[in-house]
Design a binder for this molecule. Structure first.
Ligand code: ZN
Length: 304
C-alpha cells in the first residue's frame, strides 16, 4: 500500500498528486519476475496509471494505460481505479538493453516507436479513448503529452524507479502537476522554472527518507513536497488537501476467466474439451493460474 499526497497551491492554480510507490513496484516485480529494465518500465507505468486513476471523479471509474511499441518491451499495460487499485503487466518481463550514455535504464529504447492509448471507463455508454504517438517512450513525457494533446490539459508528469544492486526496487515514485482552469499566468512560469531545475524524483525521495528518519509515510511525502516546491513564490506554494491510498490489487476471479473461456467460441471450446480434456488459464495481470477440468468445461460449453 502506498500513500498519495494531494495538494493545491494557495492561489488555486494547480493541484499536485505525489506518491512513493516503492512497495507497489516491488510487488509487481515479484509477481512478474522482471529484469531491472522491465521493472523500471512497468513501475513507471503502474505509478503513472495509479495517480491518473486517483484523478478520476468516482471510485468505480477505471482507466487503462497502454504503451505499445516496436521495441523489445512490446507492450506495457496498467489498469487503475478511482479508489487507488492498480494492476498491470509488461509483455516481455525478460527485457534487457545496454544502459543509456547517462547511465540510466533505457526505457525509451525498450518501447521504441509506437503509441500510447488511454481508455477511460467512466460508467457511461462508451468509454473515452485517447491515442497519441509516443514522444520518447520514457513514460512520463508521453503521459504529459497525452494530457496536452488528448485532453487539452496542461499537466506535468514525473516518474522514477531506482533499482537496487540485488535487482529489487530501491525507490519508486511519481508526481502529476495538474493546472486548474483558473490558473494564474505567473504560476505557469513559476512551475516551468521549477521543473527545469527538478532533480530526478527518486533522488528527492531518497533524500527525504534520509532527512525524515522515523517519520511516517505522510511525513516523508510532505518532505518531498517541500523539497520540490519550497522555492516557489508564496502564493504558489502547495498545501496538503488529503492523503489517499494506492495499491497493487488484481481483481481476477474464476468467474471472470470463465467468461473469457466463453468468448473463444463454441467450436474452439469443443476442440479444447476433446483434445486436451482440460484447460489452464493464467491471469496476465497477476500470473495466478486457474484450472478448468473437463466437467467444468462441458458446463461452460452447454451454456454457450
Ligand atoms: Zn489476476
Amino acid at each position: 500500500m502506498s500513500k498519495v499526497l494531494t495538494a493545491m497551491d494557495k492561489s488555486g492554480s494547480y493541484r499536485v498528486y505525489l506518491t512513493v510507490s516503492t512497495d507497489m513496484t516491488e510487488e509487481a516485480r515479484q509477481i512478474h519476475h522482471t529484469t531491472p529494465l522491465a521493472t523500471a518500465a512497468l513501475g513507471r507505468v503502474l505509478t503513472g496509471a495509479g495517480l491518473m486513476g486517483l484523478m478520476l471523479k468516482n471510485e468505480r471509474d477505471r482507466l487503462t494505460v497502454q504503451f505499445k511499441g516496436d521495441g523489445p518491451a512490446r507492450e506495457i499495460l496498467a489498469t487503475a481505479y478511482g479508489d487507488g487499485r492498480v494492476k498491470g503487466y509488461i509483455s516481455n518481463p525478460n527485457l534487457e538493453l545496454p544502459l543509456k550514455a547517462d547511465g540510466h535504464l533505457d526505457v525509451g529504447g525498450a518501447l521504441g516507436i509506437g503509441q500510447l492509448t488511454v481508455i477511460k471507463d467512466l460508467g457511461l455508454k462508451e468509454p473515452y479513448i485517447g491515442k497519441i504517438s509516443l514522444v520518447s517512450g520514457e513514460i512520463a513525457d508521453d503521459l504529459t503529452a497525452y494530457y496536452y494533446i488528448s485532453e487539452q490539459q496542461n499537466s506535468s508528469v514525473a516518474l522514477g524507479v531506482k533499482i537496487a544492486r540485488d535487482c529489487s526496487v530501491l525507490c519508486s515514485g511519481g508526481m502529476i502537476i495538474q493546472m486548474l482552469p483558473d490558473a494564474e499566468e505567473e504560476s505557469v512560469d513559476a512551475l516551468e522554472a521549477m521543473l527545469a531545475e527538478l532533480e530526478p524524483l527518486t533522488t528527492i525521495i531518497e533524500r527525504a527518507f534520509l532527512r525524515s528518519a522515523g517519520k511516517s509515510e505522510e511525513g516523508v511525502l510532505q518532505e518531498v513536497l517541500d523539497d520540490i516546491f519550497g522555492n516557489m513564490p508564496e502564493k504558489f506554494v502547495p498545501e496538503v488537501l488529503e492523503f489517499r491510498q494506492m495499491q497493487w490489487q488484481c481483481d481476477c476471479s474464476e468467474d471472470r476467466l470463465t467468461q473469457a473461456l466463453a468468448t473463444i467460441g463454441k467450436k474452439e471450446l469443443r476442440e479444447i474439451i476433446d483434445e486436451d480434456g482440460q484447460a489452464e488459464l493464467t491471469c496476465q495481470f497477476c500470473e495466478k493460474r486457474y484450472f478448468f477440468d473437463k466437467e467444468h468445461l462441458e458446463s461452460i460449453y452447454d451454456e454457450l
